[in-house]
Design a protein around this ligand. Structure first.
Ligand code: HT7
Ligand code: ZN
Length: 855
């Protein structure tokens, strides 16, 4: 397959003044008629062939200015259609084509496809070319008019409704957009209506469209949408710009959601929620993703990307904005901790392995493989650093300038950095490396204390090193904002948070005039996405856990302690340290602390995280030992603090009506964290009782997980299935929980049994992800020495690839860490990856991924 390079970018030779599409919907033979007004693009002078992308299309007719295009003037390949320049008029011309497509046969869920009897589209990144011939690239923007002909009752597309009658509807989107933002939905749907009046007084009709029967689970999503619209006005000054905003929930969907202009399409798991069916995490995700897709209206749609290499321009910024939103809606510190946990679990893991790439890559084979944690989450971190460096006012000025300067354009990372330079006067040449260089910098710190008559001097010396990543051996130093605060030995803050700007490979910062040697709180708020290596004593970490005024670093100190303990338990058979246990006990008893924060402190580092830590220290991680150590520590905590944990668990029993708000969710989080620990010593007794009584899914699912771990879940699993068998989203949880919490030695066998269950519909991405993603998340189970899980997983990747390459390729990242493990496991994984790679007819998606993972 062909590699595409950023350096090859050239503007498209034509512009498009407008697009008219007519769809005659039929499951196996949908007719798409297109009228496209082309004109030469002055940015590409000279005469050029007309190339239109097109895949899996049956062309019925093609005309230019009303005349059929001669067969000898046109060439069609698997990738598209070319009309020779000789057959094109000198100036503007009208292209008309009629093609036929097969939505029902479209199992890849890209382009126009069917899900449970409804028609639905997914065009990002390159799906529009499966709908009709078109320059399917984000820098070609045009207004679209769409007519849909079908007997289905609800017919939706982008923009504003124009007119409708029996069997047809017309839509007009006045805002020029790239084809990846095109959407069409047709089906037997019902809606939850509402409205929002923008700050300039425009009334916008809002609708959430779902299948009949799902309407009672849309209220939270609607509320989240209204809060997002208001927040974007208040915080970024961004108003909505159409008369309607529609959201549709779809059961078969490759990712989370899609920001199509005026017609967002969502995976139903990110819309539908009720206390009985959705966990608190589901509610939080729904709120965040509804906001994310809505925020794209400005950061992605009004200002889009020039090419797919610039993906983080819209995704990093929009993730950053949705993180700010959630932080404002809920608890800022808790949100920051959750975001860093995700970043480390997904992006650091990616950055340290064979799939490492910069937030702005410079080549790819299949763009779908670059919707990654690096593009999204690191892209957001980079913006957080930019804001820290230029300050809140500088950031606000830069964003205003960005919207003013680039509205209606397809922009680049260079454009983005330039608005910051122009708005703040800062030179961002060095900062740009965060976009172009892969890898996570490792920051080591040395401390020096020099007492003096007029006060002592405390010096921090930092050294940054970024390990090589595929294709990038040399890593020049980056600018790193390091937020630091200093505490007195009595816990008072003597130097409040100060952002040190590190620009050299090694650099010292001195704090003078201090009465006594302080304790440093470094990288407050996780001010940069780096690995901080600090040889702190356990006592110092315990001190920070007790006294740090920065909540992130307070949590971080506890986590570092837990990690040190676990690593020593794995490598030296050590017992859990007293420093850690007593610090944890104090925290558990501190009722003044936010329950959500205490819940996070009780969560032990994951097995994958420990494996990564051991690998970085040059040791080959043993998944069984890691699993055993983590279990031992959890049991030790439960034994030591049985009384306080039980008291916490009882005291937090849900009283009164359910609320999904952050405070109530935090109490439930702490309650189920206590339950999970107690489960190690009560044999599942509390979980069994809770399972019977639970009135919300957070507690139901937590109880079920505990029962599975206690190996007494059979009746509960049967009851759960019987109760929820009609609810696909809840049954996804039923699949997932059984695999994630299976005893490691049985995980592959459990997955195999579940794959044979009549409810295992592997064509549904959520179901496939529940089972396979669940198996990959069971660290010791996935890496069982027999290789059974590797084999099972590879078999399913191959089956899925034939149907839905995007899903298969994403799931293949379970193997990205294979080089960490011992020679036997490495050989087993390599054999599976080679087997996949050698399979004839493999998709471009999976073949690129296996090739990169193998290295
Ligand atoms: N911009 C979207 C990314 C996307 C996608 C969504 C659904 C299905 C396939 C997709 N390919 C790319 C979603 C977002 O980041 O907001
Ligand atoms: Zn997005």
């Amino acid at each position: 397959p062909q590699t595409i390079y950023l350096s090859d970018y050239q503007p498209y030779p034509f512009r498009i003044a407008r697009v008219d599409l007519t769809f005659g919907l039929a499951p196996r033979a949908t007719r798409v008629h297109s009228r496209i007004e082309f004109a030469p693009n002055p940015a590409r002078p000279g005469r050029h062939d007309l190339f239109l992308h097109g895949e899996k299309l049956r062309l019925h007719s093609a005309r230019i200015d009303g005349k059929p295009v001669a067969a000898e003037a046109m060439a069609i390949t698997d990738e598209g259609l070319t009309v020779t320049a000789r057959a094109l008029p000198d100036g503007p011309f009208l292209w008309e084509a009629e093609v036929e497509i097969d939505p029902e046969g479209n199992t890849a869920l890209e382009g126009l496809y069917m899900s449970g009897g409804m028609y639905c589209t997914q065009c990002e990144a390159e799906g529009f070319r499966k709908i009709t011939y078109y320059p399917d690239r984000p820098d070609v923007m045009a207004p679209f008019k769409v007519r849909i002909e079908s007997d289905l009752p609800v017919l939706l597309s982008n923009g504003n409704p124009v007119a409708k009658g029996a069997g047809w509807a017309e839509w007009n989107d006045p805002w020029p957009k790239p084809a990846y933002l095109f959407a069409l939905v047709a089906g037997n749907l019902v809606n939850l209506p509402d409205s929002f009046t923008t700050r300039s007084g425009r009334k916008v009709d809002l609708n959430i469209w779902v299948r009949p029967g799902d309407l009672d689970r849309c209220a939270f999503a609607m509320d989240s949408l209204i809060r997002s619209m208001k927040w974007d006005e208040d915080v970024y000054g961004r108003e909505y710009d159409l008369d309607v905003f529609n959201i549709v929930a779809v059961d078969d969907f490759n990712m989370g959601a899609m920001e199509n202009k005026g017609l967002n399409i969502f995976n139903s798991k990110l819309v539908l929620a009720s206390p009985e069916t959705a966990t608190d995490l589901d509610f939080e995700r729904i709120e965040g993703v509804i906001a994310h897709e809505y925020f794209h209206n400005w950061t992605g749609n009004r200002i889009t990307c020039r090419d797919w290499f610039q993906l983080c321009l819209k995704e990093g910024l929009t993730v950053f904005r949705d993180q700010q939103f959630t932080s404002d809606m809920r608890s800022g510190p808790v949100k920051r901790i959750e975001d860093v946990l995700t970043l480390r679990a997904r992006q650091f893991r990616e950055d340290m392995g064979p799939l490492a790439h910069p937030p702005r890559p410079d080549h790819f084979v299949e763009i779908n493989n670059f919707y990654t944690a690096t593009v999204y989450e690191k892209g957001a971190e980079v913006i957080g650093m930019l804001k820290r460096l230029v300050g809140d006012d500088g950031y606000a000025r830069a964003l205003d300038l960005y919207f003013e300067r680039h509205d209606g354009e397809a922009a680049t990372i260079e454009d983005w950095l330039k608005v910051f330079e122009d708005a703040t006067g800062r030179d961002l040449t060095q900062f740009r490396r965060w976009y172009t260089d892969a890898g996570t910098p490792r920051l080591t710190v040395a401390e020096d204390w020099a007492p003096g008559a007029g006060g002592g001097t405390f010096t921090l010396t930092f050294t940054q090193v970024t390990p090589p990543t595929p294709g990038q051996d040399i890593k020049p130093p980056r600018v790193i904002p390091v937020a630091v605060g200093l505490l007195n030995p009595n816990g008072d803050e003597v130097v409040p948070t100060t952002v040190l700007e590190m620009t050299e490979a090694t650099q010292s910062f001195a704090f003078e005039g201090l009465a006594s040697r302080p304790v440093a709180s470094i990288l407050r708020g996780f001010s940069a996405p780096v690995v901080l290596e600090r040889a702190a004593l356990a006592a110092e970490r315990a001190f920070l856990l007790a006294h740090d005024t920065d909540p992130f670093n307070r949590w971080e100190a506890g986590r570092a302690l837990a990690k040190d303990v676990l690593v020593r338990m794995v490598t030296e058979d050590a017992a859990p340290s007293e420093d850690y246990l007593s610090a944890l006990g104090r925290l558990l008893a501190d009722e003044a602390l936010d329950p959500a924060f205490r819940a996070l402190c009780l969560r032990l580092p994951s097995e994958d995280d420990l494996a990564q830590t051991l690998a970085e220290a040059g040791r080959s991680p043993d998944p069984d030992r890691i699993h055993a150590a983590r279990e031992d520590l959890a049991r030790a905590i439960a034994t030591r603090f049985e009384g306080p944990l039980a008291q916490t668990y009882e005291a937090l029993a849900d009283a009164g009506p359910f609320s999904p708000d952050a405070a109530a969710a935090g109490r439930r989080a702490l309650r189920v964290a206590a339950l999970a620990l107690l489960n190690r010593i009560d044999g599942g007794a509390r979980a069994a009782a809770l399972f019977e009584r639970a009135t919300n899914m957070t507690e139901s699912a937590a109880a079920l997980a505990c029962l599975i771990e206690a190996d007494r879940a059979e009746p509960a699993l049967a009851a759960f299935h019987a109760r929820w068998k009609e609810n696909r989203l809840v049954i996804d949880k039923w699949f997932m929980l059984q695999v994630v919490h299976a005893a490691p030695e049985r995980a592959a066998e459990v997955a195999e049994r579940l794959a044979a269950h009549p409810d295992f519909d592997w064509k549904n991405p959520n179901r496939a992800r529940a089972l396979l993603g669940g198996l990959a998340a069971n660290h010791a189970g996935f890496h069982a020495a027999s290789g059974a899980a590797y084999r099972f997983y590879a078999d399913w990747l191959l089956r899925l690839d034939a149907l839905n390459p995007q899903i298969a390729a994403r799931l293949s990242t379970a193997f990205e860490t294979w080089a960490r493990y011992d020679a036997d496991r490495r050989a087993l994984v390599a054999a599976e990856l080679e087997r996949i790679r050698a399979t004839p007819g493999l998709s471009r998606d999976l073949s690129e991924m296996t090739g990169r993972i193998l290295g």
